[in-house]
Design a protein around this ligand. Sequence first.
Ligand code: TPP
Ligand code: MG
Length: 349
Amino acid sequence: MVEMQGPSLPDPELLKVLRTMALGRAVDERCMNLQRQGRLGFYVPLEGQEAAQVGCGWALEKGDWVCPAYRELAVALTRGVPLPLILNQLYGNEGDLSKGRQMPNHYGFRDYRFVSASSPIGTQIIHAVGLAYASRYKGEKVVAVPFFGDGATSSTDFHSGMNFAGVYKAPVVFFCQNNQWAISLPREKQTLSSTLAVKANAYGFPGVQIDGNDFHSVYRAVREARARALRGEGPTLIEAVTYRMGPHSTSDDPRRYRTPAELAAWKSRDPIERLKVELVGRGVLSEADFETMQEEVRAEIQSAIQEAEKLGPPAAPSIFDDVWQNPPPNLEDQRREFEEFVKEGVVRP
Ligand SMILES: Cc1ncc(C[n+]2csc(CCOP(=O)(O)OP(=O)(O)O)c2C)c(N)n1
Ligand SMILES: [Mg+2]
């Protein structure tokens, strides 16, 4: 594992990093509870992966493409996606850009080059490779970053994407969060490879394994991979070693497949605590300052939730939108018929 020492950014910026990580964690806690209360249908937590997600997001530039899986909420926050927009998608309300048609967590934010989340494992990897190849063809100085897990390294799309990007030197930063589990399947049973990073050797470009719970290591590794890609030297695979502290999603119970001792061992390597302790140690932040930061973050979330819950569902006839640029006559007929039903009160507006 590559060890990188010392702060990567000036302290005022590290405070913003810590706040973003704390925001990600607090959104997670609230959303898990909202789902248990029946106010959200489903949620995918990221707890434990804050340094990996914020570290990678922080190292990217505005024009870079992000191709996430379903767990990358803290990456969206780091890219500057407003929290209310994220919450509106989780609620599937009338403020949701995808008009309630996607599962919670499967958002996309065009203005932030945050591509719609991929649920079929690994598909976003080849999307990113295509985006990177096309961007270079158009002369844009940007990279594309697929985010994927340890489990996704067994997908066919991982191999196709890695091979194509290697051969064509596409400006891709393959960002793998090895969080040790693919739902209930542990990393050891996923592959016999000694590391996931070593898989890059087969495709002829560098693979680097880093401490994914250390913000500085992640930030530096991504900056370096990004610069290399833009110099025309090709892709890099980064394996950020981290841990999924929560369940896979609100639909499973991790106590059925992993031990409390394992969880405790990883909790002692909590990425937020680690950055906080460093900043407190250097006198940049006090414990009281951190508590204030937490309160601010909680208040921000509370007000965004209140706003999201005020919004109703998307207008029912909007199901006819966005599929055809010029809808065929039979669909126009159906829309008119449907609008009549709405007027008569047969279906809700
Ligand atoms: C092609 C495909 N096969 C199976 C699934 C079911 N599935 C959903 S998440 C998941 C595990 C993915 O693990 P990993 O890539 O490590 O990502 P993580 O969830 O740990 O972030 C599986 C098998 C799926 N979504 N798509
Ligand atoms: Mg995993």
